[in-house]
Design a protein around this ligand. Structure first.
Ligand code: NDP
Length: 246
């Protein structure tokens, strides 16, 4: 029977590539969209016309109750979740001088509380079944810091602290917990950066001289989700074209 993979934020740039990769590998793919997303149905229709068979559920990952009821529905309608990819995230960049609590809280709750909110719903089941994969999508900027991103860097670094601690707790139960820290990937989030900033400031920092591709991150997710990756846990895997090595 095929495994169920739940990818939060699957309608975004990275998430879509992850959903496509996991479907190609035979997983039953379920994704979430934020309650404010008005075009979820169009995305789902266009994907399913291509034969992917995705399921999509509304969920505010920043809200515990929303995460709880969403996962309950998924388990009822699709089945128990074997692979959780915590991918949904936002940025609200501004210097610390301008940072207010609204933009701090929004980034912390969407990028970090969400990891608790979603993982809490699936972890006990994975432990009971002696198999599970939790994959947290962090960022190079959580590893190295970034100007204007005290909120985002803190949340993304926090995700990896979570991965390491939970990895210890579930290591004997066939459940692995890992972090992926992508560098700059050519998704809408990054393509929204003005071209001159990309060309003059960002690309020159990347030894490979290019942005990453969503498919390259999706390939790493697929590996971490696989049976072959059973001995890999508590790791933070950088995928950044050589931009930051540690
Ligand atoms: P996108 O903006 O394209 O996608 C983000 C996704 O998060 C969207 O699908 C969105 O859902 C979802 N989302 C946001 N807020 C919520 C919420 N409250 N509840 C549920 N879903 C929500 O970004 P990317 O695909 O580029 O990024 C995906 C992840 O990768 C993020 O965590 C990001 O921080 C990280 N990352 C990205 C990098 C890049 O270069 N692109 C580099 C490093 C890390 P909806 O569309 O339904 O609103």
């Amino acid at each position: 029977m095929s495994r169920v993979a739940l990818i939060t934020g699957g309608m975004g740039g990275l998430g879509e590539a992850i959903c496509i990769k996991m479907a190609a590998l035979g997983y039953k793919v379920v994704t979430t969209y934020s309650p404010g997303n008005k075009s979820w149905n169009e995305w789902l229709d266009s994907m399913n016309k291509m034969g992917y068979g995705f399921r999509a559920y509304a969920c505010d990952v920043a809200d515990f109750q929303s995460a709880k009821s969403c996962v309950e529905t998924i388990v009822k309608e699709v089945g128990a979740i074997d692979v959780l990819v915590n991918n949904a995230g936002i940025t609200r960049d501004m210097t610390f001088k301008k940072m207010d609590s609204v933009n701090w809280d929004a980034v912390m709750s969407t990028n970090l509380d969400s990891v608790f909110n979603m993982t809490k719903q699936v972890c006990d089941g994975m432990v009971e079944r002696n198999w599970g994969r939790i994959i947290n999508i962090s960022s190079v900027n959580g590893q190295k810091g970034a100007f204007g991103q005290t909120n985002y860097s803190a949340a993304k670094a926090g995700m990896h602290g979570f991965s390491k601690a939970l990895a210890l707790e579930v290591a004997r139960k066939g459940v692995t917990v890992n972090t992926i820290s992508p560098g700059y990937i050519g998704t809408k989030m990054v393509m929204a950066i003005p071209t001159d900033v990309l060309d003059s400031k960002i690309i020159p920092q990347i030894p490979m001289g290019r942005l990453g591709k969503p498919e390259e991150v999706a390939g790493l997710v697929a590996y971490l989700a696989s049976d072959e990756a059973a001995f890999l846990t508590g790791a933070n895997i950088a995928i950044n074209g050589g931009q930051h090595m540690h």
